[in-house]
Design a binder for this molecule. Structure first.
Ligand code: HEC
Ligand code: HEC
Length: 320
């Protein structure tokens, strides 16, 4: 299935093999100076009030594009409502955030900057800091012909995030015809992933990220839970439409082996457990250990490279 619309056209048309997953292409060429400016902003704690967080505090580009936390510590020292998703390949998702409540990086990022629990800043505060810095002032003047401003900041951040593509996963090489790129067990795991029906929701170039679906079609994953949070309500909390209760954007499974813990609330630490929860709640199937292990092996072939480096897990390498 093809995404109805994507944030940016990356990737190539489905290969002739008619596999339901398409290999990932390199990021589209972009002005390197704008990418570099966006990267500086993304890594700069001055984008938050009190210089508390950079975007990269929760979205670690030296790891899997997330922070390996169940739910990150917020600006108010509490815990956030949602697990921090990876920013890698987010440009391929049809909407952003677990509930898909944003259509573009510009919208999502501005909300993150102004959110009291995230960057907790204001344009006034942020632009004053950037304008006081001669390096930023020079780069904005060159690229946008003006002092650091809202449009330039959001544009540079978006251009940078569109470059966060992780091609060259072993599974991509397999899809392109290099049959030996994955093992027999991993290939068997891919067959099971299709046979059980995971592919109905996790497909396309991002192996997800192009549909809304209910979490809990056959069984209610929230049944035994003492409190159902606003976050658990999914899109219902955004739209108020009953049919949207517990509906989430189907997440991409690219790099999933290095982005534990799992689900919107980070409630599941192990990938094998996440796979079994999916089979039970989404497909009405109980997986035996053997099949769950094979699917996990397949998911391990979806880890790609950023700037040539294979992604690794932040959960195993906590922030110093
Ligand atoms: C304190 C942790 C934290 C910080 C700091 C933070 N984020 Fe996030 N980010 C999150 C969480 C949590 C979500 C998911 C929110 C949701 O689904 O409602 C998210 C979601 C995103 C997404 C959507 C990814 C997807 O899969 O849809 C993008 C893009 C993003 N953040 C970029 C940024 C940028 C740019 C900044 C800096 C301006 C930033 N974030 C700062 C925690 C953080
Ligand atoms: C009917 C649609 C649907 C089917 C079928 C489905 N999933 Fe999912 N999957 C989802 C949704 C929706 C979520 C997000 C749930 C949440 O966090 O609230 C998800 C989340 C996941 C996650 C966690 C990703 C993360 O980053 O936290 C994994 C892993 C996963 N699915 C694997 C599978 C596997 C393996 C199968 C087959 C056994 C499968 N899914 C079948 C819709 C589906």
């Amino acid at each position: 299935m093809v995404a109805p619309f994507a944030l940016v056209e990356v990737g190539r048309p489905a290969p002739e093999t008619a596999e339901p997953i398409a290999p990932l292409a390199e990021a589209r060429a972009a002005d390197p100076a704008r990418v570099a400016l966006g990267e500086s902003l993304f890594n700069d704690p001055r984008l938050s009030h009190g210089d508390l967080f950079a975007c990269s505090s929760c979205h670690r580009l030296d790891r899997g594009g997330d922070d390996g936390q169940v739910r990150s510590v917020a600006a108010d020292s509490g815990r956030l409502d949602f697990n921090a998703p990876t920013v890698f390949n987010a440009t391929l998702d049809f909407r952003l955030n677990w509930r898909g409540n944003f259509h573009s990086f510009e919208e999502q990022n501005e909300a993150a900057l102004l959110d009291k629990r995230l960057m907790n800043t204001s344009w006034e505060e942020l632009l004053a800091k950037l304008r006081a810095d001669p390096d930023y002032s020079g780069r904005f003047a060159k690229l946008y012909g003006a002092a650091p401003g809202r449009t330039g900041v959001l544009d540079a951040l978006a251009v940078f995030q569109r470059s966060l593509i992780t091609p060259d996963a072993r599974f991509d090489r397999y899809l392109k015809g290099e049959r030996g790129a994955i093992s027999g067990d991993e290939e068997q795991g891919y067959r099971l992933f299709k046979a059980y029906g995971c592919i109905a929701c996790h497909q396309g170039v991002n192996i997800g990220g192009n549909l809304f679906q209910k979490f809990g079609i056959f069984q209610d994953p929230f049944a035994g839970q003492k409190t159902v949070t606003t976050a658990d309500l999914g899109r219902f909390a955004v739209t108020g439409i009953e049919a949207d209760r517990h509906v989430f954007r189907v997440p991409s499974l690219r790099n999933v082996a290095v982005t534990a813990p799992y689900f919107h609330d980070g409630s599941t630490a192990s990938l094998g457990e996440a796979v079994r929860i999916m089979a039970r709640n989404q497909l009405g199937r109980e997986l035996d250990q053997h099949d769950a292990d094979l699917i996990v092996e397949f998911l391990g072939t979806l880890t790609g490279r950023y700037r040539g480096r294979l992604l690794t897990s932040a959960a195993e390498h906590p922030q110093p």
